[in-house]
Design a protein. Sequence first.
Length: 350
Amino acid sequence: MTGSGKGLTYADAGVDIDAGNSLVERIKPAAAATARPGVMSGLGGFGALFDLKAAGYADPVLVAATDGVGTKLKIAIETGVVSTIGIDLVAMCVNDLVCQGAEPLFFLDYFATGKLETEIAAQIIEGIAEGCRRSGAALIGGETAEMPGMYAPGDFDLAGFAVGAMERGKALPQDVAEGDVLLGLASDGVHSNGYSLVRRVVDLAGLGWSEAPPFEAEAPTLGAALLVPTRLYVRPALASMRAGRVHALAHITGGGLTENLPRVLPEGLGAEIDLGTWSLPPVFTWLAEAGGIGESELLKTFNSGIGMVVVTAADSAETVAATLVAAGETVHRIGHVVVGHGVRYSGRLG
């Protein structure tokens, strides 16, 4: 090729390789802080290595999960508060993994944006590292994609990928039976599901993210109250599995109790839940009132205050509950397994 004058560069096309390199250097300490037995390499390679034997497994079965945080991202983008959205990303993946009976081992993230802003990206990925640290998973890699023209200015997208392991024969659900007790673990608010409806209610109410929350909340603004990150249940759940006969775990995400609990129940068995055994958190009371959302819709769209359900043998229920409380969880005995199908409710949310 011949010619004179200055040729185009990748930076001219809108991709800043130097910014990407700077980001990698910025996040290395956060990723290093998540190191755990089994990690063999850090950030920067073409792939990441993990030694299952060094992690303590004799005959492991791998479990993988991937997820995102949905339109909760829009609130983070519009408020500029991005430091905790990474915790949501990790939680959505590792809370699913533990429901299979697996211990999360490592995590990878995908962050895509139109123009890389190093400080914003660093805050997001440092949040991911914090979620990994809290759940015992190592952040061993990821991808930062700068794609001009694909995203509006300031927009970004996130996806997460988690891999865990368990010894062969330890998979959940297992041995779920009629009479098993359902222990509900309290959520930390809306978590990461139903935000298209949340945003619609906020719009109908004519509210802005910087206004005071129209419900009881510790956060000073509505945006901050709705960005409280998804609770990480991994360590308490693993402790409960060691404490007693845990037969199943159900992460209450999109679909709520109505659709998620049946996923861990065998054919011929259903669940009976007493809605009066816990108090509906204020954020859900407000959403229901402001949006005219009926109880059945609330229960199949949101977690409604219960973020994880532990299904345990009746004679282990007290021990398992005590273990969960000791691990920092608020535990409600919400019902039991019955002959039938689906979820039957009694009482009223309130």
